[in-house]
Design a protein. Structure first.
Length: 342
């Protein structure tokens, strides 16, 4: 097998960004015929009992169906498939997201690389993928582990005019786009645990973190970090986690084409960021609420050193969780500071 060095779709890399890991992909692109082609089998978005009203023009539904496999069929071993920037960008239909795609074989964290690129004249919508992260970052100081070649681990750099006060809404927008991608392409019942965890059947399959950096001329640059378990097997899943873990391959009983999935995900993120830019906040939060497992539940929220218990009644227009306390008071918690206790 022959390996090529790849830096990005445009041989793009700034001199002040150190190359922490060699970026490679296999030129041997043979695929097992059991790999799911998500482009050919995109499924219609479905949330039972729900109708989308007043949908912004930038949102469109898929209209194909999922290819089914027997539920008891084991996941077969696959030859590792590298994430090739050119293949990800091929037929990518986005306005901003994926304007430049960079891949790493291994790095500490794509967020670390993104922080350095943010201080350069990067292309808005640049995406940095890694096949493996040695220090993957999660929310609230948690780490994120995924075996090499088994997930989608990336950071999106985006210049956006949204107020930092709406950072939680930004997180929710990305969480909704991930859940929608999973529902559309695989017809798996992806849900959201406020504010940033992506679940299937109560098990965590992915998550989102967003950090704000200052770029050239003090411009706001949002770093959108996403981790998604794609082809991880049961034995490869981490055991000591605050939520039980799963992967898309486990839930769908098949190996998945990560490149097609990455393309579908970038396209959905681009659509939802367009909705956010157009300030359709109510539409975003309504969709978020419909996908959120916490709405209607009684939860305990930790906010700093204080804890509050009450019933979740809604999600506010800036992404805050609205809790009705036992004394009847309604309190709104922002996702940047508050955490739902497991």
């Amino acid at each position: 097998m022959i390996y090529d060095i790849v830096m990005s779709t445009e041989n793009y890399f700034h001199e002040n960004v150190s190359l922490q890991a060699m970026v490679v992909y296999a030129t041997n692109k043979s695929r097992n015929n059991r790999v799911l082609n998500l482009d050919k089998h995109q499924a219609k978005r479905s949330v039972q009992g729900e109708e989308h009203r007043n949908k912004p023009d930038s949102m469109k539904q898929g209209n194909n169906t999922r290819n089914h496999q027997p539920r008891n069929e084991a996941i077969l071993p696959e030859t590792p498939e590298r994430l090739n920037p050119d293949e990800i960008k091929r037929e990518l239909r986005t306005k901003i997201v994926g304007s430049s795609v960079i891949t790493y074989e291994q790095t500490t964290s794509t967020m670390d690389i993104a922080k350095r690129i943010a201080r350069t004249g990067f292309k808005n919508g640049t995406v940095i993928f890694a096949e493996e992260q040695t220090q993957g970052k999660g929310r609230s100081g948690h780490s994120w582990f995924c075996p090499r070649y088994k997930g989608l681990l990336f950071t999106l750099l985006v210049r956006h005019n949204i107020s930092p006060d709406h950072l939680c809404l930004f997180i929710g927008t990305i969480a909704v786009s991930i859940a929608e991608t999973i529902r559309e392409t695989l017809q798996l019942p992806a849900e959201i645990k406020w504010p940033n965890d992506i679940l299937i059947g109560g098990k965590k399959v992915g998550g989102v973190i967003i950090e704000l950096e200052r770029g050239i001329k003090n411009q706001s640059v949002f770093l959108v970090g996403i981790g998604l378990n794609v082809n991880t097997s049961e034995k490869e899943l981490p055991k000591q986690t605050h939520l039980p873990a799963t992967s898309l391959a486990i839930e769908s009983h098949r190996f998945l084409d990560r490149i097609s999935l990455a393309r579908a995900l970038l396209q959905d993120i681009d659509k939802w960021l367009s909705i956010l830019k157009d300030e359709h906040f109510g539409y975003i939060t309504e969709r978020w609420k419909n996908l959120c497992i916490n709405v209607g539940e009684t939860v305990t929220i930790k906010d700093g050193d204080a804890e509050y218990t009450g019933k979740v009644i809604d999600i506010s227009n800036n992404g805050g969780l609205m809790l009705k306390l036992d004394n009847g008071q309604i309190k709104i918690f922002r996702g940047e500071h508050a955490t739902i206790k497991s």
